[in-house]
Design a protein around this ligand. Structure first.
Ligand code: AMP
Ligand code: GLY
Length: 424
């Protein structure tokens, strides 16, 4: 089969790397790809949001199957447009992608179908939002309704901070239309986990659970990022807790969509807070997580392409479950100076070959560019260095040994990825 992967980050490198292992894949393209993906697939210079360009390419190259990495094209309806052209694509249609594209839609669906989540109110004018904040007090969480590249959520510890968040979103419009509405919700406490499932609407197959590290600095300090590292599996999610999450969150959400006349084919990602009152949903994503995917896929023994095809064809009942390597996988993100704010680009990256020589280590590229034989930084999150180990300690040691062989000017990374699993 000819495969097209849409996107160009670490998640897409991991997807291309895994799909390349499938006996069903003969040729893989990636649009736009990155410096690492270019070493294992053919990168084509089409942006992930250029749906028309991607359709033309898929038709011209007779692509058999397209896999979408990021949320923006899904929210814009890439799956609907490919389906209309009779092109097979992995990812939910626009109406289903609202689960991520509109937090208001997601919260209202959860309320209607009794999916556990933080108590909330929705506001479309800043004065009532601020009035409500003064009424309920802090801490509280302010969320922009629409897509904001992971920056639209503020956990406010003071009333002033909360009011500033409302002002930025609703008056200054820092996220544009995404701030037309905001959600103000109760602050939840507990450990977070990422639950990813593949579904064809009728059947659901769970991937191994992961834990992300969203804050930029060690000990969960500093601003939120797209994710500075992840590990999988996580002891936070036991087999019985996974069952509970499926029963209380995943099935009712997919069932709720069906009741609203919406099919869901693709990956559904639930960000969960494990509170003392049980698991509660923080957010849904309609795609693979980044960097969770980089920590999950190296452990997957099953053919991912086969599972994705089955989901799109509505045949997931034939799959039942996936096979996993028992070992633990850790992914450490190496970022550019300045990230998650404005960051530097164009720095040469050294030591990639040396790092890859370490056993059971894979270096996934995120923001990189190939120029001749050299690799340069081109994004905020640059690399996802991934290592396997029989224990979490061994996986951490492997991964950081590889990280230490890599450098570029201004490189920074968290030193405590996976430590929560050890402390437990
Ligand atoms: P979200 O994009 O909704 O997952 O939010 C990003 C991050 O903000 C989450 O991973 C949590 O760390 C934090 N967060 C979101 N909602 C809440 C909440 N209700 N209580 C506490 N923290 C939250
Ligand atoms: N790692 C969080 C996300 O993919 O949204």
């Amino acid at each position: 089969m000819k495969i097209l992967v849409v996107g160009g980050g670490g998640r897409e490198h991991a997807l291309v790397w895994k799909v390349a292992q499938s006996k069903l894949a003969n040729k893989i393209f990636c649009a736009p790809g990155n410096g690492g993906i270019a070493q294992i697939a053919e990168c084509v210079d089409i942006k992930a949001e250029d749906i028309g360009g991607l359709i033309n390419f898929a038709r011209k190259e007779r692509i058999d199957f397209t896999i979408v990495g990021p949320e923006a094209p899904l929210a814009a309806g890439i799956a609907d447009e490919f389906n209309e052209q009779g092109l097979k694509i992995f990812g939910p249609v626009k109406k289903a992608a609202r689960l991520e594209a509109s937090k208001v839609f997601a919260k209202e669906l959860m309320a209607k179908y009794r999916v556990p989540t933080a108590d909330f109110e929705i506001f479309d004018d800043p004065d009532s939002a601020k009035g409500y904040i003064r009424k309920i007090g802090v801490p509280c969480v302010i969320k922009a309704d629409g897509l904001a590249a992971g920056k639209g959520v503020i956990v406010a510890k003071t009333v002033e901070e909360a009011e500033v968040a409302v002002k930025l979103m609703m008056e200054d419009r820092v996220f544009g239309q995404a701030g037309n509405k905001v959600i103000i919700e109760e602050c939840l406490y507990g450990q977070e986990a990422s639950i990813l499932v593949i579904t064809d609407t009728k059947e659901v197959v769970a991937l191994s659970a992961a834990q992300d590290h969203k804050r930029v600095f060690d000990r969960d300090d500093g601003p939120n990022t797209g994710g500075m590292g992840a590990y999988s599996p996580t002891p936070v999610v036991s087999a019985s807790l996974l069952k509970e999450i499926m029963k209380k969150i995943i099935y009712p959400t997919i069932g709720g969509l069906v009741a609203e006349g919406i099919e869901y084919k693709g990956v559904l990602y639930a960000g969960i807070m494990i509170t003392k009152d049980g698991p509660k949903t923080l957010e849904f994503n309609v795609r693979f997580g980044d960097p969770e995917t980089q920590a999950i896929l190296p452990r997957l023994n099953s053919d991912l392409l086969e599972v994705m095809l089955a989901a799109v064809e509505g045949n997931l009942s034939g799959i039942k479950s996936m096979k996993w390597d028992e070992r633990i996988c850790v992914c450490v993100v190496c970022a550019s100076r300045g990230y998650p704010g404005d960051y530097e680009k164009g720095k040469e990256i050294f030591g990639l070959d040396e790092a890859a020589k370490i056993k059971d280590v894979v270096v996934f590229h995120a923001g990189t560019k190939k120029d001749g034989n050299k690799i340069f930084t081109s994004g905020g999150r640059v690399l996802g260095v991934t290592g396997l180990g029989d224990t979490i300690t061994e996986a951490i040691c492997h991964t950081y040994a590889a990280v230490k062989r890599i450098n570029f000017e201004g490189m920074h990374y968290r030193k405590d990825i996976g430590y929560k699993a050890i402390i437990r």
